[in-house]
Design a protein around this ligand. Structure first.
Ligand code: SF4
Length: 360
């Protein structure tokens, strides 16, 4: 099956759009949880085709955007050390810390390298036994197996000069934070299909039942997005809630059980700070004690770092669906992709970057 052709098919998209328009009877607010969905929505102009009563707001599902400011500052501190090779996904290099970014560290002589996977970083460690090699392990449940497997491999192979600065976050606690806020406007969710391909759909059932909120597991192409919106809207309009899977070609209710077993072996849940949002209880994963020798925060003793966010940046409100990028006074003025004040303007999944690219 040609996924690009089928799921960007304009006839299928038009039919779904027509179905959405035919059932909507009043104003609704639906949140897409993933920055990839935000960008697809903007890129294909779906936000401009949907009925005006339907407001789509953007959730905190961009891993670069929610990585805590203090972790960026810790990454910068570690990367500045002379005997360190610091490795990261490319998006992280331009994310502003309190005073600097990883790109500046590299420009001033630090050995900061872009890698495409944690296993690439592990290979660098094997090739440079006289250096400490650190990988910036960011991401949601989607990246956790690929990031985590490097730690298992390092332990198995006895590689001692490798560690991970862990910034793994989990979606369900963030959804609960949004829903339990007194300011919440979100009435339905498009859950992120790739997260659910790892974790399955079962984690979302208790959330849907507790908050009486419809959730559709949704993919990333235009037809996927419209199908997810239609499923969520159908539940809203008939006053029912539940979890519907509009991305069944990739997601099962159980998810990837082998990956989940590996995650359980490596990680345990922990409280984690989300940039602009604050501490969300049990919203992160940290390495279990059996693997603490690979924890870069412990190895480099960077536990206490004082961080300072830009006062102008309202990314935290955008990530909770309370504001949109154009509401920010700095948008496309002081803050641009070339000179970002916040992470949501840097990341290829960031909402501010999407508005800058497609809706300026
Ligand atoms: S436009 Fe820039 S300063 Fe404003 S919220 Fe977005 S990232 Fe922050």
């Amino acid at each position: 099956m040609n996924y690009i052709e089928d799921f960007r098919n304009s006839d299928r998209a038009k039919k779904l759009l027509h179905s959405i328009i035919s059932i909507i009877s009043k104003k609704w607010v639906i949140m897409e949880m993933c920055g990839g969905q935000t960008h697809s929505m903007m890129k294909f102009g779906l936000d401009q085709l949907l009925p005006q009563q339907l407001e789509i707001v953007h959730g905190p599902g961009c891993p670069v955007c929610v990585t805590a400011l203090e972790l960026i500052d810790k990454a910068i501190l570690i990367a500045k050390k002379r005997d360190v090779i610091f490795t990261s996904y490319g998006d992280m290099l331009r994310v502003p810390g309190s005073n600097s970014d990883l790109f500046s560290v590299r420009a001033t002589g630090g050995d900061v390298r872009v890698v495409y996977s944690a296993l690439d970083a592990l290979q660098i460690a094997r090739e440079n036994p006289d250096k400490e090699v650190v990988f910036f392990g960011i991401g949601f449940e989607t990246t956790a197996p690929a990031n985590g497997i490097s730690v298992l491999q390092a332990k198995r192979l006895g590689i001692q000069n490798y560690s991970v600065l862990v910034s793994q976050v989990r979606v369900p606690p963030a959804m609960e934070l949004i829903l339990s806020s007194s300011e919440n406007r979100v009435q339905g969710f498009l859950a992120a299909g790739h997260v659910c391909s790892v974790m399955g759909t079962k984690e979302y059932v208790p959330i849907s039942n507790r908050y009486h909120i419809p959730i559709s597991i949704t993919g990333f192409e235009p037809v996927d997005l419209l199908a997810g919106i239609f499923e969520t809207l159908s539940m809203l309009e008939t006053n029912i809630w539940g979890v519907k899977n509009a991305y069944s070609r990739s997601v099962s209710s159980e998810g990837n059980v082998e990956a989940q077993k590996m995650l359980d072996q490596l990680f345990e849940p922990c409280d984690r700070n989300w940039r602009g949002i604050g501490l969300i209880p049990m919203s992160g994963w940290k390495l279990r004690s059996d693997f603490q020798e690979f924890d870069a925060e412990i190895r480099f003793n960077v536990a206490d770092v004082q961080s300072q966010e830009s006062e102008k940046c309202i990314a935290g409100l955008i990530l909770q669906g309370l504001k949109k990028p154009a509401d920010c006074g700095a948008f496309q003025r002081e803050c641009t992709p070339q000179n970002p004040l916040g992470a949501t303007m840097v990341s290829s999944e960031g909402a501010c970057a999407a508005y800058y690219k497609y809706r300026r």
